[in-house]
Design a protein around this ligand. Sequence first.
Ligand code: CDP
Length: 135
Amino acid sequence: MTEPVLVVAGAVLDGHRMLLAQRDYPEAVAGLWELPGGKVESGESPDQALVRELCEELDVEVSVGAALRDVVSPTDSLTLVAMRAEIVSGTPRAVEHRALRWVDGTELAHLVRDGALVPNDLGWAHEMIAELQVR
Ligand code: CDP
C-alpha cells in the first residue's frame, strides 16, 4: 500500500490574528480561503516543508511552532497537518494565491459559517477560533 501524501499547512499567527490565503485553483475550491501550505517532499521534515512552502507562496521566512491537535484525513491518500508559524522576516504577499487576509477569531467564525473556508481546513477551525479569541 502506498503512503498517503502528507500536506503541511501554516497557522501563521500575529497577535490575535491568523493569515488566510484565497485559492485561485482548482475550480472546486477557487475563491475559498485556506491555511497556506503544500506537500512534504521526499527528504524533508514537515517543519522544513512548511518553511519552504511559505517562502514560495508568501515570500516570507517563518519559524515553525507546535502542530494543531487535529490531523485531517479527507481520503486514504491524503493527510494534512497544520502547524503554528510566526513570520521572522518579510511581509506576506500572494505569490500563488488570489489574495491574503488576516482574520481574528470572530472573522474566522464568520468565514466558517458562510462556507468560505476550504472543506479540509474546517477540521482546524474550532481549535483556531478558540485560540485566537484568547490571544
Ligand atoms: O503546493 P503543492 O502543490 O505542494 O500543494 P497544494 O496543491 O497547495 O496542496 C496539496 C493538496 O492539499 C491539495 O489537494 C490541496 O487542496 C490540499 N490542501 C488543503 O486541503 N488545505 C490546505 N490548507 C492546503 C492544501
